[in-house]
Design a protein around this ligand. Sequence first.
Ligand SMILES: Nc1ncnc2c1ncn2[C@@H]1O[C@H](COP(=O)(O)OP(=O)(O)O)[C@@H](O)[C@H]1O
Ligand SMILES: [Mg+2]
Length: 332
Amino acid sequence: MGFGNIGVSINSALNKPTESPFITAAILKCAAIEERLSHVSPDSWEACRLKTSVAATMVALGVKLDASELLLRHGLAMAMPSAVSELFAAKLGGLAGINTAKVSISETEPSCAIGYIKKRGDLFIESEPIPRAIPVWFLPQSVRTPLTTNPLDSSFPDMLNAIDERLRVWLHSQLDKPSPMSRSQYSDFPAVAESDPIVLRAAMWNSPARLVIHAFRAMLYCSYAHSSNVLVNERGAAYSIDHEKLVFIDGTDDIAELFDAVRHSSKVLAACRQISQLTRGDIERSLSGIDWRIWKHEPAVFNSPGPAIDYFSTRLAAWKRYFPVEAIDLVA
Ligand SMILES: Nc1ncnc2c1ncn2[C@@H]1O[C@H](COP(=O)(O)OP(=O)(O)O)[C@@H](O)[C@H]1O
Ligand SMILES: [Mg+2]
């Protein structure tokens, strides 16, 4: 398939409804709740309260999912053209200490491509292969999916159990997206590394490295990091790819809501705070030097750097208010 000798062309549908950015918040909330449950005795009042809040969180998510599908039918607005978004996130991710793939854009079909190529309109987005790495989809399911144990139990009312079960299955299915590539595409990732505990720990849906990736994508309001959008290399480093969909969101209420849901989780807070090391200057740098033709390539809320810099800087400023770098103690 594809372009040149080694390049791989990616056939993908844009605007898949299930890639809604708010799923990232759901994943971070689940990570926060799981962490708290692990610290309390199973029979305690606190455990009971937390388990009920799992169900409540899931119900809220279900309602939001329906609403987002409605929104999609009416057309979700992207903040910037897809090629700009890929370039921006790859650079900004690097500045936040997140591993990403190198991305380049061309107006003509790359003749000797070595990477993964998406065609968007008449532009080609090429993502450089990550050496000796594999999408986490190819690792065991226990690594890929959250909430492997049912947090509720038979002592809970049937309704809560049923809601929890249904929505956990839904969240599993969201996080667990089959890879569009075959395993043989990643032949430089040794089979033996698939059972290496260091690799498996890094690939866990709630590992520290994956939480930072989720946090980064939440700050950007990006499509989420499911099992085909995260790779792990043989040494246990996690990589975030596919940032073309930065959905426009009016205001920063989503960040306030996220904070409220994860404020008691030291693991999730630590991940979120890592993103707060970014500055407005980093955003400016990451959006500079992009050809105006790429900016104008497709209609988006922002088709030039100035307003896009303001928009993402406003999101970053809100993020920093809720997740300040210097905070060490848990917020009460
Ligand atoms: N830099 C890369 N390194 C390794 N695999 C990649 C890379 N970029 C893309 N892929 C593979 O191609 C698939 C699709 O690419 P992606 O950018 O996620 O596009 P989409 O999900 O929109 O189709 C990924 O799930 C992954 O398997
Ligand atoms: Mg993808």
